[in-house]
Ligand binder design. Structure first.
Ligand code: PMP
Length: 320
C-alpha cells in the first residue's frame, strides 16, 4: 500500500541484521539511486566522520535528493547504532542514503515523495589487516576491460553513488583472474583507480634502492582525481606525506609508470594502505612479494594518525 505520512521517516528503528528490510519500491532497489559511505571506528572514535558526512551530503545534493535527514540526525543515528551494538573499536560501518520510497510504480524520481531512506549497517572488522588481505603481504591487480569514465558530463566520479556495476564487473574479472582487484583506466587510457580504492606509486630516484629517511631518494605519485573518487584516505596520505616532507605528485599517470614503479599501494577506508605486489602478472619493484619500505613508513604514519590525531576523528558519546 501507499505509505502514510507518518511512516515517511520510519527511522529511529534499530533492527537485527536478518530482520532489516527495505521496500521493493525504494529507489536504491529500483535504480541503484543512492549514495553511500564506508566508515571506520578506532578506539571509541569515528575516523574522519566530518569528511564522510560532507561527501555523503554533497553527493546527495548533486543527485538532487530532497527532504534528506539533517546532518545531526544522521550523526545521532550512527552513534546510536554503534552504541546498540557495543561497537567502540575495530568496527566498520556502511551508510547508505537512498532517494527514498516511490509512492507509485512510476520510475519518475519526482514521485519519491516520502523523503530519503537511511540505512546504517555496522560490522565487526579487525583493526589490523583490515580487509580480507593481510596489509603487510600485498595484493595483485589486473587491468580491467572496462574504463572508468573521466567526463563529468557522463556520470561524475566525484559523486559517491550506488551505480556499482562499474565496480562489480571489474571485481569479478579480477577475482576470476586470481587477483584481488582490478586496476581501472580512464577513457583516455590513464590510470584512474581500482574498483574499490585509490592508487599510489612510489618512484625511487636511484635504481640502487631507497633510504626512507632521505626524502630526496623517492617521490610519491597518485592520479589526479578526474576519473577516480577523491578518496578520504587518499587525501589523508597526501597530508601525511606533506607533513613528513615526502614529495608527492598529483597528475596523470600512465599504466607503464605503474608497471615500472618501485612500490605501489592502494588506499581506502576499509583496507587503509594495502601494498600491491603485482599488476597484470608483472612483479612491482624488486621487493618480491613484500611491501616496500616507503609503503611501510606511510602505513605506520596512518596507523598513528587513526589512533592519535584526535582532531581528525569524532568521539562516540556514551549512552546510558
Ligand atoms: N575508489 C572507489 C571506487 C571507492 O569505492 C572507494 C571507497 N569508498 C575509494 C576509492 C576509497 O575512498 P575512501 O578512502 O574515501 O574510503
Amino acid at each position: 500500500g501507499t505509505p502514510s505520512a507518518t511512516s515517511r521517516r520510519c527511522t529511529g528503528r534499530i533492527v537485527p541484521r536478518d530482520m532489516a528490510a527495505i521496500s521493493p519500491f525504494d529507489s536504491s532497489v529500483q535504480g541503484g539511486d543512492a549514495t553511500w559511505e564506508g566508515i571506520r571506528v578506532y578506539h571509541g572514535r569515528i575516523f574522519h566522520l566530518t569528511e564522510h558526512l560532507d561527501r555523503l551530503f554533497r553527493s546527495a545534493r548533486a543527485l538532487g535528493f530532497e527532504n534528506t535527514h539533517s546532518r545531526e540526525e544522521v550523526k545521532d543515528a550512527i552513534f546510536r547504532v554503534l552504541a546498540a551494538n557495543g561497537m567502540r573499536d575495530g568496527a566498520h560501518m556502511r551508510l547508505t542514503l537512498t532517494r527514498g520510497q516511490k509512492c507509485t510504480s512510476s520510475m519518475n524520481p519526482l514521485f519519491n515523495c516520502y523523503g530519503t531512506t537511511l540505512i546504517i549497517l555496522p560490522e565487526w572488522k579487525p583493526t589490523e589487516g583490515a580487509t580480507t588481505y593481510d596489509n603487510t603481504a600485498g595484493i595483485s591487480l589486473v587491468t580491467a576491460g572496462a574504463a572508468r569514465r573521466s567526463m563529468p558530463g557522463v556520470i561524475d566520479n566525484k559523486i559517491h553513488h550506488n551505480n556499482m556495476l562499474q565496480n562489480i564487473l571489474p571485481k569479478i574479472q579480477a577475482n576470476n583472474a586470481g587477483c584481488a582487484d582490478s586496476l581501472m583506466l580512464d577513457d583516455e587510457g590513464f590510470v584512474a583507480e581500482t574498483n574499490a580504492t585509490n592508487l599510489f606509486l612510489v618512484r625511487y630516484t636511484s635504481m640502487d634502492g631507497v633510504d626512507t629517511d632521505d626524502r630526496t631518494s623517492y617521490v610519491l605519485v597518485t592520479p589526479s582525481a578526474d576519473a577516480c573518487l577523491p578518496g578520504i584516505t587518499r587525501a589523508t596520505v597526501l597530508i601525511l606525506a606533506d607533513e613528513l616532507g615526502i614529495k608527492a605528485e598529483v597528475r596523470r599517470v600512465s599504466l607503464s609508470e605503474f608497471y615500472s614503479a618501485d612500490e605501489v599501494f592502494t588506499t581506502g577506508t576499509m583496507g587503509e594502505l594495502t601494498p600491491v605486489v603485482k599488476i597484470d602478472g608483472r612483479p612491482i619493484g624488486w621487493t618480491g612479494s613484500k611491501r616496500g619500505a616507503v609503503t611501510s613508513l606511510l602505513q605506520s604514519a596512518y596507523k598513528d594518525a587513526v589512533a592519535n590525531r584526535l582532531d581528525w576523528s569524532t568521539e562516540i558519546p556514551a549512552f546510558s
